[in-house]
Design a protein. Structure first.
Length: 377
């Protein structure tokens, strides 16, 4: 390989849409409407149309979106919120920050997502909400989760930071975009996300008018009208320039998802007969947007494989190397002997390979050939 391989090639992606991006940024600067400018409202409207959701509330980042969602639901100190043990820290971090109790549960070993069956075992009289994370780009099985939540009178906040654009199909054949199924959806526009800006950004989604009004107030210092503050809020705004960039990139999101799926299928074909590898499981009732292409490496060879690939100039990432309940930050919430065997196995087995919109055939073949050579030799 003559060119270095990137986990995410944002530079090449930018060059393909450079003229549109540059003009959008220049328009924002010339307008001097840097905060809550027209591009923010335009992006909000466009994302509502794309997702088929009544309300999108832009905010400063994905972590803020989770925090604002929980604040809007009126959860009280000591309330329990169920979330996966195998996810990025932000999912559980905001629960603890608000004085709530993160109840970290097991995940399905094939889809990496929580299920209604797993959640139900963790429900207590203190449980008030569930945070399903659509990990790596594929939806949790939301229909039984929503039915479970209804039976137990629980709120559902979808963490959709890795799966924007994915579609879930209900048993009756109706479809919905991830992030629009629960009471509230949250997402991140971190640059490496499938829909990423060139800085920080996030958003919330809901079909509930009352929740939408409350979340808009919370994100804007608790004010519905300027200088009149109805609730305690925070300062969480999507920057106008970032909104303008997202407006451009939203037009390409489905194309980006198709490109990621082509790469994932290429990888699948190369790795499906390697006995020490498990390729990603595709759930029958969800599309997959492959924010990450994540393999499971058997027989304790994951770290060895990562080292081998690094020597060949092939980057890889471990999402995630340590369960949330083993992180020092969460030690107060779990007993020292607490264990979830599937989560701990995944932390030892998973490895994510480069998958992004700009990958060419030569690069994919080089990666696949090296992975295969590691196991053949």
């Amino acid at each position: 390989m003559t060119e270095s391989i990137q986990m995410v090639d944002l530079k090449t992606q930018y060059h393909h849409i450079k003229n549109e991006i540059d003009q959008a940024v220049i328009n924002c600067i010339e307008s001097t409407a840097f905060i809550n400018g027209p591009a923010v409202k335009e992006f909000q409207s466009n994302l509502e149309s794309y997702l088929g959701v009544k309300h999108v509330i832009p905010c400063a980042n994905g972590t803020d979106s989770l925090q604002i969602a929980m604040m809007a639901l009126g959860l009280q100190r000591g309330d329990e919120v169920i979330c996966p043990s195998f996810t990025y820290v932000a999912t559980a971090e905001v629960i603890g920050l608000l004085g709530l109790v993160p109840v970290m549960v097991e995940v399905d070993s094939n889809t990496f997502n929580i299920t209604a069956e797993i959640i139900e075992k963790a429900i207590t009289s203190k449980t008030k909400a569930i945070v399903p994370v659509h990990l790596y780009g594929q939806s949790c099985d939301m229909e039984p989760i929503m039915e479970l939540a209804k039976r137990h009178n629980l709120f559902v906040i979808e963490d959709n930071a890795q799966a924007i654009g994915a579609t879930y199909t209900f048993s009756n054949g109706t479809k919905a975009k991830t992030g629009t199924i629960g009471h509230i959806g949250s997402t991140s526009f971190f640059p490496s996300k499938n829909l990423g800006c060139y800085g920080d950004g996030g958003a919330l989604m809901t079909n509930d008018d009352e929740l939408a009004l409350k979340m808009r107030m919370i994100a804007n210092h608790g004010q519905e009208k300027k200088y009149f503050h109805k609730v305690l809020g925070c300062n969480s705004r999507l920057d106008t320039i970032q909104a303008a960039i997202l407006n451009i990139k939203l037009r390409y999101l489905d194309d980006y998802s198709e490109a990621r799926n082509r790469m994932a299928s290429f990888y699948d074909s190369a790795f499906t007969h390697i006995s020490d590898l498990d390729i990603p499981t595709r759930q029958f009732n969800s599309s997959h947007v492959f924010h990450q292409y994540t393999l499971k490496v058997k027989n304790g060879r994951r770290n060895e494989l990562q080292k081998f690939l690094s020597e060949k100039g092939i980057p890889s990432m471990i999402y995630y190397p340590l369960p949330l309940y083993k992180q020092d930050a969460f030690c107060e919430f779990v007993d020292s002997n607490f264990r979830l065997p599937i989560t701990e196995s995944l932390c030892e087995e998973v490895i994510s390979l480069p998958v992004h919109t700009e990958m060419n055939l030569e690069t994919m073949e080089y990666i696949c050939n090296n992975v295969k050579s590691f196991f053949i030799n």
